[in-house]
Structure formats: structure tokens, C-alpha cells
Design a protein around this ligand. Structure first.
Ligand code: SAH
Ligand code: SF4
Ligand code: F3S
Length: 454
């Protein structure tokens, strides 16, 4: 077992867990490679939030079978994350060539499980109900030297009726605030310029530990560590407090970007989803946010085709999208998840109706995104470069503090990669639906004379 590949699906929590696994395997003397064909171990970090996510993973795992039977019998395949947690040993029935199944609570045991599977040449399964240790206290290998995921909490207590997450990630558990701040101080000293604080419901951070939420305080204290950009995900509308809005408005390092999933605009659907807010209370919250935080960018998640969703219900969702001026919306077709409350609902919406609604929603979301982006044209923005653009490797790609992707030509004689982790002022010339185009403006000389921070 000398080399490994990790394939990650799902949310940022999984990305973070994958970085921990990379750190653990590296600590065992193993090396990361890019291709499963060169790897001794392939780890899948899986997501079970929707059925199509699960299908994709099953397909990829199955396609490795050919490698194993075609001359690589020692190749070890490990499946972890939320599908591992949910299906456990059952995964081996569908995918008998998997060697290790692990869950969301026992990342730290992966090296031992791999070792056991290699030694015994038998599949090894370990899934725990919960764990006492935070994955964050394990070694980690950051994907980008300039960015870090920092978990504030794991698990979720909300039990939205459609959602599997509380079942695969367990109950909410917060990390002590001192540990979070100390980690961010270390990261800042290590050249990290952007942290993303993670939790399924960050606004209730601290409730289990301190009896009352301390998210606003966490934001202010993390920003005070000197990390230049502080991001966070995800916020539940029912728990977004005035204190948090004030902390966002008053703390320069906290990015003016908020992901605030609305899920639906219909009060009946929201009630059936167990979301604990109404269309009007969501709209009022959004107005307060725009007033308090100038230039705020707002994104959301929306589910189409929740059981019983009528044309009128869906019209309310479109109305919310029109009125909230979202910068982005992640739109999902409802997928029943076994074990959740909504899975028992029989009033499903016919597929063609769902698809027609979905297309109308996407069109409206795109128009909203383009309109928000157009307001950037002619302004100068602080951009954190991430490296070459995926569309054109000779171009730079980065993000504004509002999470807009920006493309700009890379100055001659420099590689886009060499800019990764550095900030630059960019003049925005053009807006597309999902990105902005610009040019490096005045501070380029500052950049070249050492403003680089990575
Ligand atoms: N904790 C976060 C995100 C959880 S999953 C939050 O509460 O916002 C990300 C998104 O997936 C959800 O916001 C929801 O829009 C979507 N989702 C979750 N379960 C789903 C299901 N069964 N079918 C379709 N979409 C779902
Ligand atoms: Fe799922 Fe709701 Fe928890 Fe988000 S808040 S993870 S949607 S149960
Ligand atoms: Fe998916 Fe698990 Fe995240 S189900 S969305 S990877 S918590």
C-alpha cells in the first residue's frame, strides 16, 4: 500500500473529510497519485443525499472491478462517507469487490481497516453510530495551501422531512470555540488566506456545548485571527440571528456572501418539509440581510416536486426567486430517501410535471444570476486567484468575496498556477450567468513586488 487516490462526492463536509484522510494516509508513508490505475488504494467518499448521487458512485466503484480482475488483484477499494454509513455491510452485496466499508464517524480507523483487509484478503466493514473525537483533530492535507475547511460542528438535529443527513451524520455536536480559533490561528500562520467554517446548520453552533448559540462570536473571533476571508456554510433560515447579521455586517473579513436554503416558497410545503419558517418570514429575513450588508450575494437551495406540491405551491417558489434576487440557486428534483419521514408520503408529483417545473425554475434562476452579475460590470473587485481557468488553461480564475467566479488573462511570462492564493484588484468588463470577465488593474505592480500572501 504505497499510493492512493481519493474520489470525493457530496458536500464540503466530505471534501474536508477527504483532506483528513489524505493526511492520515500520508502519515502512513503513502503518496497521492492522480489516477486509479497507478494507485494501490482507491478511497470513495460518498454522498447519499439524492438517489442520483448514489447511482453515480455505484457506477464508478463498479468500473474499478475491471482494474482489479485485469491484473491488479492487490488494489484495495474503500468506500466511506455517507453511503458507507447508511448501507454498511449491505454495500458488499451490490459491490462484492469492495475491500473496506467505513462510515462518517470512524475516519481515523481507515489505515487500520485497510491494513486488515490487505492482510486477511477479506472485506472489512466498520460503521459506528457516533464518535467522541472530531475528525478535525486528525492530520490533514489541504487541497489548496491557501484555503482550509474548518468544521465548527458535525451532525444535524433538524430532521427536515426529506433529508438523510441527520441519519448519516448523527446529532449536532459543536467543537469548543477555543479549538476552532486556535486552529484558525495556526492556519493563518501557515499561509491560509481563506477559511470556510463548516456545519450543516452553523447558526446553531455552540447550542449543545454552551446552552446558547455562539456563531456570531465565532465569526468575529475567526476573522480576528488575520485570515483574510472567512466563509461559512450552511445557514438555516430559522436560526439566522440578528447577532449573526450584525457580525457579518461589522466584520470586514467575513465575506458578504450567504447561502440560505429556502427549499420552497409554499407555506404548506415548508410545513410538510419541517422547515419552521414561512414564505413571508423568509422574505423579511432576506430584506433585513440586504439592508444590513451592502453588496450581499445570496444563494439558495430549492427542491422541486416535493410530495403534494401543487401548481400554486410551485408558483410561490417562483415568486420567492423573483423577489429574493438570488445570485445563485442550487435546484434539485425531490428524491425520496428511505428512512426519512417524507419517504412515506404517497402523493408524489408526476415526473413530467416535475421536469417542466424544474426547467422553468432554472430559467428564472439564470436570469436572476445574470442580472446580479451585470451590476459588477465597470467596478473593480478584490479577487483571490485559485489558478488556471477550467475553460482556458492560459486564463486566471478566482473569486470575489461575494463568491463570483472571475476570469482574467494571465500576464505574459507568468503561469496562472503561480498566482494561486494571491489577491489582486480586477476591473470587471463583462458578465455571464455564472462568471465575470476582467483584467488585472492597478495593484498588479503591488502583486509583483511581493503582495503575494500564499
Ligand atoms: N445542511 C444543509 C444542506 C443539506 S443537503 C442545509 O440544510 O442547507 C443540500 C441540499 O440538498 C439541501 O439544501 C436540499 O435542497 C437538497 N436535498 C436534501 N435532501 C434532498 C432530497 N431528498 N431530494 C432532493 N434534494 C434534497
Ligand atoms: Fe438536512 Fe435540514 Fe439538516 Fe440541512 S438542516 S442537513 S436539509 S435535515
Ligand atoms: Fe451528501 Fe453526506 Fe454531505 S449525504 S450532502 S456528503 S453530509
Amino acid at each position: 500500500m504505497r499510493t492512493f487516490v481519493i474520489r470525493t462526492f457530496g458536500c464540503q463536509m466530505n471534501k474536508h473529510d477527504s483532506e483528513r484522510i489524505a493526511g492520515l494516509l500520508r502519515a502512513q508513508g503513502m503518496r497521492a497519485v492522480g489516477d486509479a490505475g497507478d494507485a494501490d488504494v482507491v478511497v470513495f467518499m460518498t454522498c447519499s443525499v439524492r438517489e442520483n448521487a448514489v447511482e453515480r458512485i455505484r457506477g464508478q466503484v463498479a468500473s474499478l472491478k475491471a482494474l482489479k480482475t485485469g491484473g491488479r488483484p492487490d488494489l484495495l477499494i474503500a468506500v466511506g462517507g455517507c453511503v458507507g454509513q447508511q448501507e454498511g455491510e449491505g454495500l458488499l452485496r451490490a459491490l462484492p469487490h469492495v475491500d473496506v466499508v467505513f462510515g462518517t464517524h470512524n475516519l481515523a480507523h481507515l489505515p487500520a481497516l485497510l491494513e486488515s483487509a490487505a492482510r486477511t484478503r477479506r472485506p472489512t466493514v466498520e460503521v459506528l453510530d457516533s464518535s467522541d473525537t472530531f475528525a478535525s483533530d486528525l492530520p490533514s492535507e489541504r487541497e489548496h495551501p491557501w484555503h482550509a475547511w474548518v468544521p465548527l460542528m458535525v451532525g444535524c438535529d433538524n430532521f427536515c422531512s426529506y433529508c438523510i443527513v441527520p441519519y448519516v451524520r448523527g446529532r449536532e455536536r459543536s467543537r469548543p470555540i477555543g479549538k476552532v480559533v486556535a486552529e484558525c490561528e495556526r492556519l493563518a500562520a501557515d499561509g491560509v488566506v481563506e477559511v470556510t467554517l463548516l456545519g450543516q446548520n452553523v447558526n446553531s453552533y455552540g447550542r449543545d456545548l454552551y446552552g446558547a448559540p455562539r456563531f456570531a462570536e465565532a465569526l468575529r473571533r475567526v476573522a480576528a485571527t488575520g485570515v483574510r476571508r472567512v466563509r461559512f456554510a450552511t445557514s438555516h433560515p430559522k436560526d439566522l440571528s440578528p447577532e449573526t447579521i450584525a457580525a457579518m455586517a461589522e466584520t470586514p473579513g467575513v465575506c458578504p456572501y450567504l447561502h440560505l436554503p429556502v427549499q420552497s416558497g409554499s407555506d404548506d410545503v415548508l410545513a410538510a418539509m419541517n422547515r419552521h419558517y414561512t414564505k413571508d418570514s423568509y422574505l423579511a429575513l432576506v430584506e433585513r440581510l440586504y439592508e444590513a450588508i451592502p453588496g450581499l450575494a445570496l444563494s439558495t437551495d430549492i427542491i422541486v416536486g416535493f410530495p403534494g406540491e401543487t401548481d400554486d405551491d410551485f408558483a410561490e417558489t417562483l415568486d420567492v426567486v423573483r423577489r429574493c434576487r438570488f445570485d445563485q440557486a442550487f435546484t434539485f428534483i425531490y428524491s425520496p430517501r428511505e428512512g426519512t419521514k417524507a419517504a412515506a408520503l404517497t402523493c408524489s408529483v408526476p415526473g413530467d410535471v416535475v421536469h417542466e417545473r424544474f426547467d422553468r425554475l432554472v430559467e428564472l434562476v439564470q436570469a436572476s444570476a445574470l442580472e446580479k452579475n451585470r451590476a459588477y460590470v465597470g467596478t473593480v473587485r478584490d479577487v483571490l486567484w485559485e489558478g488556471p481557468s477550467k475553460r482556458d488553461e492560459s486564463m486566471l480564475a478566482g473569486r470575489t468575496d461575494t463568491n463570483k467566479v472571475v476570469h482574467a488573462p494571465c500576464p505574459a511570462g507568468h503561469s496562472p498556477q503561480s498566482y494561486a492564493g494571491s489577491f489582486c484588484e480586477v476591473g470587471i468588463e463583462a458578465a455571464q450567468t455564472w462568471f465575470l470577465s476582467g483584467f488585472l488593474s492597478g495593484s498588479l505592480s503591488g502583486f509583483l513586488s511581493g503582495a503575494r500572501r500564499a
